[in-house]
Design a protein around this ligand. Structure first.
Ligand code: KG4
Ligand code: ZN
Length: 341
């Protein structure tokens, strides 16, 4: 089975072709970073307009690069949510139009299921059951994953997502957008231990997260320094990053012990963070549990993960009508279980 995947939920246009026998055949990504950087964040209307310009030519290009004709394609997967409604509508409309024209099934994919399954595109695939930590710009989720499509929510962020907190702290420190990689780079120059930031919600039971207080703590720490030097900012970046990582580590440990899962899967944009990977690898060896990540380029948004998730859904018999529907808000727990299809 060969599926084309289309990702347009936010500020990246991603298109890829995945074949269940041959793996990833082609993968194109266009980032809108330059378009949004002067505004310090994503401008939804500009994002939609750019997806309109890029998506169709990228599909045609990707088809050619994968050595496929429309006849070779068995399905068209697109991100149906969650995300920016206009941006989602572009991908959904194009996917449905192509599906109609080529007489192939279209399949709406949950963006976070795409992230969750991205580590499956490696040779060393995680096996169910496992605990998943999904850390992106829009979500922070801890899931107990029993089987494909059977994801039980253990906890989530009650306010900002981990990536969102990185982006906001980057803005405070005068770094560019997107902020995660910039804060991570600055943190490497910082002296850990100069400041002690809180580990929110770790002193109470449960698996939820809260990152908005950390953001305020960062702002206040910065405001207390009269003319912060580059070193001061690096020390703050290091303390903030350390606090996020340590909080996440504590909750992952708790979830792994609670579920007795033999593996941890970490995915989403923040899973590209080297310090986070080091810390969770350490936790894995401590608990004798495998830790899986996507390849670095499949941590952040991409079309490959959507093609892969769509292929799995189609193989499980998932079907939909020609109606164009997206779900800007869509809890992962509401995904249909493949056995229910
Ligand atoms: O998964 P993703 O591409 O988009 C969403 O679905 O939201 O995640 C993007 C987020 C951004 O907030 C970005 O700052 C963060 O992931 N990010 C990082 C790193 N690379 C990307 N955060 C920390 N360290 C990184 N190396
Ligand atoms: Zn994402």
């Amino acid at each position: 089975m060969r599926v084309i995947g289309i990702e347009t939920s936010c500020d990246e246009t991603g298109v890829a072709v995945f074949d269940d026998q041959q793996g990833l055949l082609a993968d194109l990504l266009f980032s809108q970073i330059e378009l949004h950087s002067e505004y310090g964040g994503v401008v939804p209307e500009l994002a939609s307009r750019d997806h309109i310009r890029k998506t169709l030519p990228m599909i045609m290009d990707c088809l050619e690069k994968s050595g496929s004709t429309p006849d070779d394609i068995d399905g068209i997967a697109y991100t149906a949510g969650p995300g920016l409604v206009g941006a989602l509508m572009v991908g959904a409309s194009i996917a449905k139009a192509i599906a109609y024209a080529w007489d192939k099934p279209a399949i709406g994919v949950h963006h976070m299921e795409g992230h969750l399954l991205a580590p499956m595109m490696t040779d060393d695939k995680p096996e169910y059951p496992f605990v998943a930590l999904l850390v992106s710009g829009g979500h922070t989720l801890l899931l107990d994953c029993q089987a494909f499509g059977d994801y039980r929510m253990l906890g989530e962020s009650v306010d900002d997502a981990a990536g969102e907190a990185f982006d906001k702290v980057a803005k405070m420190l005068g770094l560019g957008y997107p902020g995660g990689p910039a804060v991570a780079a600055l943190a490497t120059k910082g002296i850990v231990g100069t400041y002690r930031f809180p580990r929110p919600m770790t002193d109470r039971p449960g698996f939820n997260f809260s990152f908005s207080g950390l953001k305020t703590f960062t702002m206040n720490t910065l405001a207390d320094i009269q003319e912060p030097t580059h070193q001061d900012k690096a020390n703050i970046a290091a303390a903030f990053q350390e606090a996020v990582i340590d909080t996440v580590r504590i909750k992952c440990k708790r979830a792994l012990e609670h579920t007795r899962s033999p593996a941890l899967v970490v995915a989403g944009g923040v899973s590209a963070n080297t310090a986070l990977r080091e810390r969770l690898d350490k936790l894995g060896s401590q608990l004798k549990c495998r830790v899986h990540y996507p390849e670095l380029k499949y941590c952040t948004d991409n079309g490959a993960m959507i093609a892969y998730a769509g292929l799995e859904r189609l193989k499980a018999g998932h079907q939909e009508t020609h109606a164009i529907e997206v779900r800007p808000r869509w809890p992962l727990s509401e995904l249909s279980h493949p056995q229910e299809i």
